[in-house]
Design a protein around this ligand. Sequence first.
Ligand SMILES: CC(C)(COP(=O)(O)OP(=O)(O)OC[C@H]1O[C@@H](n2cnc3c(N)ncnc32)[C@H](O)[C@@H]1OP(=O)(O)O)[C@@H](O)C(=O)NCCC(=O)NCCS
Length: 335
Amino acid sequence: MGASILAIDYHLPAAVVDNTELASAFPEWSAEQLEAKTGIVTRHIAAEKECASDLAFEAASTLLARVPFDRRKVDFLLLCTQSPDYFLPTTACLLQDRLGLPVTCGALDFNLGCSGFVYGLSLAKGLIESHQASAVLLLTAETYSKFMHPLDKSVQPIFGDGAAATLIVETPETGIGELVLGTDGRGWSNLIVPTGGTRNPTVVDAAAEADSQGSCRTVNNLYMNGPEIFAFTLQAVPSVVERLLAKARLTANQIDVFVFHQANKYMLEHLRKKLGIAPEKFVISMSHCGNTVSSTIPIALRDAEANGLLKSGSKVMVVGFGVGYSWGAGLLTWR
Ligand SMILES: CC(C)(COP(=O)(O)OP(=O)(O)OC[C@H]1O[C@@H](n2cnc3c(N)ncnc32)[C@H](O)[C@@H]1OP(=O)(O)O)[C@@H](O)C(=O)NCCC(=O)NCCS
């Protein structure tokens, strides 16, 4: 008995920001340069009143309408988000009700960024293999746009809003294989929204300041130290890939498809070359939506399936990494 991904769907909000629009806000970059560096052409941005739960609801509704699976059998709802609707209650409770899931369903939020999908797989596998659940709906949903300053060129080209729904069910053979996780909280301040929690309340009328690179933000906005995140990733990702292969007693050649967190093309290409992975085995699928944080891996998996890259029996490695710092890698056998 094991746990396997039965289906994935995703939802992107309607409004789109393209590279031409960004290039007019940041004239030092052209639309072509932005695409070449980031691998992103458009990002979708949530409307003013559109929250993570709205995006997650749409993703889950698409999945439950497409897949012949009775929603009354979902017995655990996991929501990964760092932009919850409220401090409390947990947004997963709102979604249990809105999606019409049974009251016998467990539900919780967990706060992780780009490693969130891999952690979600780990939690779902644990719940299923310990007989606490038989069908887990894993939702990932983020609206980082609400945290970003419009004139912060370090984050505006990279992040987009979006949500994904992944249905994980009990199966005779396991589709979610070995997993390894990691944390280094020394990097906590390199990707952060500094205010709005209990440590530093939101500052009313906070003034925007320009940094040495010419990016503007207030203390209430998302801050990303891109070069530090880049350095952390180049160090952490190869070692987590090695740890996972050693644990599973596999070599990289035995993996059919690698789906890494879609941070940006510049960084992904550095990682791919450092690890010696062939481009045809390495998914880059973010041109239409940008870095959607915890949803990038399920979005890329869904796209790879739709494009025929993922086939039944494909051995897939997923790797998530970022804010925290937090990271994780897992092996999947595609159904
Ligand atoms: C942002 C990042 C691309 C900057 O790269 P760097 O090597 O540290 O610094 P540089 O300033 O030399 O930038 C390299 C190139 O990327 C471009 N660039 C830098 N920041 C950029 C941004 N925010 N958006 C688009 N392009 C950017 C630069 O113009 C430069 O282009 P050039 O080679 O044509 O001159 C890199 O630090 C990075 O990928 N960091 C991780 C950011 C990320 O993806 N975070 C998501 C959370 S996991």
